[in-house]
Design a protein around this ligand. Structure first.
Ligand code: FES
Ligand code: FES
Length: 214
């Protein structure tokens, strides 16, 4: 076999491999996260984790790479928490962990052993809404609603951050107690993106709950 033949075979092999990969990747990405996990479980051992979600103790046996977001949505079927970017850029996946807001897509479930997690399902019920949920409805703080669970969880935590005197990037004096101003709330909510642009109404809902607007 001369060098030219070798080159021809190599190019054919490369093309065939590319065709195979181009078929397999779309099939894999079309599978839900739980199925993708199962398909690769032979390559990783599963680990157990226990945490409390909305007041209920949950014991899970997970692929160690499972994010908190996927554990909530795919394993516990709490689909109120949304997956937007899955890269920490939109805030749709915001939940409260021991009262602090986090992007659940950026956190591994195994890191939350013993934690107390609150999702939108745990904030209130249709019969007994959390004040922030009621204010969002009153002020039309949403349109399509996709970002809304994350916005509401974030808004609840933001008011607690201000109450706890935690400064933000726009706090005029970081040594002084921050005030519940429109600027403070908008800065603190800047990690929660709303493609429908409901920002002004969200700020009004938050102001009402904070007691600075009726
Ligand atoms: Fe987590 Fe966008 S889905 S920040
Ligand atoms: Fe549609 Fe925010 S209400 S993305």
């Amino acid at each position: 076999m001369n060098d030219t033949d070798k080159l021809r075979i190599t190019r054919r092999d490369v093309l065939m491999s590319s065709a195979a990969v181009s078929v397999v990747i779309p099939i894999m990405s079309a599978l839900p996260a739980e199925a993708q996990e199962a398909s690769s479980s032979s390559r990783s051992s599963r680990m157990s984790v226990s945490f409390t979600v909305n007041g209920v103790n949950r014991d899970l046996d997970l692929d160690p790479r499972t994010t908190l977001l996927d554990s909530l949505r795919e394993h516990l079927h709490l689909t109120g928490t949304k997956k937007g970017c899955d890269h920490g850029q939109c805030g749709a996946c915001t939940v409260l962990v021991d009262g602090m807001r986090i992007n659940s897509c950026l956190s591994l479930a195994l890191m939350h052993e013993g934690d107390n997690i609150t999702t939108i399902e745990g904030l209130g019920t249709p019969e007994n809404l959390h004040p922030m949920q009621a204010a969002f409805i009153k002020h039309d703080g949403y349109q399509c609603g996709y970002c809304t669970p994350g916005q509401i969880c974030s808004a609840v935590a933001v008011l607690k951050e201000i109450e706890a005197d935690i400064p933000s990037h726009v706090s005029a004096d970081v040594a002084a107690a921050p005030q519940v101003t429109n600027l403070e709330m908008r800065e603190r909510m800047s990690g929660n993106i709303c493609r429908c642009g409901a920002y002004s109404n969200i700020a009004e809902a938050m102001a009402e709950v904070a007691g600075t607007r009726s």
